[in-house]
Design a binder for this molecule. Structure first.
Ligand SMILES: Cc1ncc(COP(=O)(O)O)c(C=O)c1O
Length: 392
C-alpha cells in the first residue's frame, strides 16, 4: 500500500487551463491573472487586500519586514513548533523571538502563556495555525487591540479553517498563506499576504517588487514622493528596502482554477479527518483536539504518554516505512525549532531554555503527520488506522 503525503494536487484540469493560457498569452509575469487571483482570494478569505508572492516563506518575510518598517527592534512572540521561515523572518529583521510552548489540543501557542509573556518590548504576536487547527482566542485578539500589538497569522497549513465562523487569516493585521504543492490549495509554489489595512497593503506590494514606488496603487502618494525626489526617474524610485518576491501569471492561473474546488475539497478532507479520528485507538494515540473550525489536510498522529518510548517509535517508523505510508516526524515544521542547528548561531540556547517547551517536545519526538487528500477512500483510512492500532 502506497500512501503519499500528497496525491494529485495539480490535476489534469489545472494542466489544461495552464496549457490554454500559455497558448493564448504573451504576458507571463505579475499581471492581470495575479490581480484576479488576489481579488478572488481576498473575497474567499474575507479580507480587503491580498498580495500574491512566490512562497509562504516570502509571505512570512514580508510581514516581518513590515513590522521592521515600524519598529527598530523588540520581541516577537512565536511558537517553537513552526516552520523555519517563521523564525528566520524574525531574526533577519533584527527582532528577538520569544518562544511560547504549545497547547496540545490546538498545536498552537498556549494563549494564557502568550498573554503572560507580553511586555513593553513586544512588537507582534506571530500565531501559526498548525495543520488546520485554529490557534486564536478572543483574549488574544482583544489584548493585541488594546495594547496595539500587531497580530500576524500564519495560515500556510490551514486554508479554510475558521474562528467564530470567520476564516483564519481575516483576524490578523497581516496574514500569511502558502500554496506549496502539499497544501490545501496549491500554485505549485506560492504564497499570499492578506490584510484589511490599505497602508499595509501598499507597503507589502512595494516590498514584494524591489521596494519600487511604482508598485504602489496610491496615486497621491506616488505624486508626493515624485515631487520630493525630482532628480530621480519616477520609474526607478526605490522607496522601501524590498525584495523580488513576485510570482507569475502561470501560478496565478493554477490558483484561480484550484480556488473553484477548494471548499468542496476541504469538506472531503474534513470528513476523512473525522473518520480517521473515530477509528484511531484512543489509548495509543492522542485524539482530543479542539476541532471547532478546523480544516485538515494531513492526519496528525501523536503517541499517548505510555507509548512515548524510543522502542515504540522505532517500531512505528519501521512499519510505516515498510508499508509505504509516507510520514514526517515533528509534524509539518520538523518539530521544536530550538532543537534545529541554524538557531544556535543566532540565539543563546542553553539547557534551561531548550527544556522549557515540554509540549512542543512531545510533538518533536512523538508527533507525526501523514497525508489526507480529497480522493482518499474510507476503506484506505480504515486500513491505515488498523495498521497504526496494531503496532505494539
Ligand atoms: C506554517 C508554515 N509557514 C510557512 C511555510 C512556508 O511556506 P512555503 O513552503 O510556501 O515557503 C510553511 C511550509 O509548509 C508552513 O508549514
Amino acid at each position: 500500500m502506497i500512501h503519499r503525503l500528497m496525491n494529485n494536487n495539480i490535476t489534469s484540469k489545472d494542466r489544461d487551463v495552464l496549457v490554454k493560457f500559455i497558448q493564448n498569452t504573451d504576458y507571463f509575469t505579475n499581471g492581470k491573472k495575479v490581480k484576479e487571483f488576489e481579488e478572488k482570494w481576498s473575497t474567499w478569505v474575507g479580507t480587503k487586500y491580498s498580495v500574491f508572492v512566490n512562497s509562504g516563506s516570502s509571505a512570512n518575510l514580508l510581514s516581518l519586514s513590515y513590522v521592521k518598517s515600524i519598529y527598530e527592534d523588540g520581541e516577537i512572540i512565536v511558537s517553537p513548533l513552526n516552520w523555519v521561515s517563521d523564525v528566520t523572518s524574525i531574526l533577519y529583521n533584527g527582532f528577538k523571538p520569544r518562544f511560547i510552548d504549545i497547547n496540545l489540543k490546538t498545536l498552537s501557542m498556549d494563549i494564557d502563556k502568550v498573554i503572560n509573556s507580553i511586555n513593553k518590548k513586544t512588537r507582534a504576536i506571530l500565531i501559526t495555525h498548525i495543520l488546520g487547527f485554529n490557534g486564536l482566542k478572543k483574549e488574544l485578539i482583544d489584548i493585541c487591540k488594546k495594547k496595539k500589538i500587531l497580530l500576524i497569522e500564519d495560515v500556510c497549513e490551514s486554508h479554510g479553517a475558521t474562528y467564530k465562523g470567520k476564516k483564519l487569516g481575516s483576524f490578523g493585521n497581516l496574514s500569511n498563506f502558502s500554496f506549496y504543492y502539499a497544501h490545501h490549495l496549491s500554485t505549485i509554489e506560492g504564497g499570499m499576504v492578506c490584510t484589511n489595512d490599505r497602508k499595509i497593503y501598499e507597503k507589502i506590494r512595494i516590498m514584494r517588487g524591489h521596494g519600487m514606488l511604482r508598485e504602489s496603487t496610491d496615486t497621491n502618494y506616488k505624486k508626493k514622493i515624485c515631487k520630493k525626489y525630482p532628480k530621480l526617474n519616477e520609474k526607478f524610485i526605490f522607496i522601501e528596502p524590498g525584495y523580488n518576491f513576485r510570482s507569475t501569471e502561470l501560478n496565478a492561473v493554477i490558483g484561480i482554477n484550484q480556488l473553484k474546488r477548494l471548499n468542496f475539497n476541504n469538506k472531503l478532507r474534513n470528513k476523512n479527518h473525522e473518520y480517521f479520528l473515530k477509528n484511531l485507538d484512543k489509548k495509543k494515540y492522542f485524539t482530543d483536539f479542539d476541532l471547532e473550525g478546523s480544516s485538515n489536510y494531513a492526519f496528525v498522529i501523536i503517541f499517548n504518554k505510555n507509548y512515548r518510548k524510543i522502542s515504540f517509535r522505532k517500531k512505528f517508523e519501521r512499519i510505516l516505512f515498510k508499508l509505504g505510508i509516507e510520514f514526517r516526524r515533528g509534524t509539518s515544521g520538523g518539530g521544536n525549532q530550538l532543537r534545529q542547528p541554524y538557531l544556535k548561531k543566532h540565539i543563546k540556547i542553553n539547557k534551561l531554555n531548550i527544556n522549557n517547551f515540554p509540549k512542543t517536545d512531545i510533538i518533536h519526538n512523538y508527533g507525526y503527520y501523514i497525508g489526507n487528500y480529497p480522493n482518499l477512500s474510507k476503506s484506505k483510512i480504515l486500513k491505515i488506522c488498523n495498521i497504526l492500532n496494531n503496532i505494539n
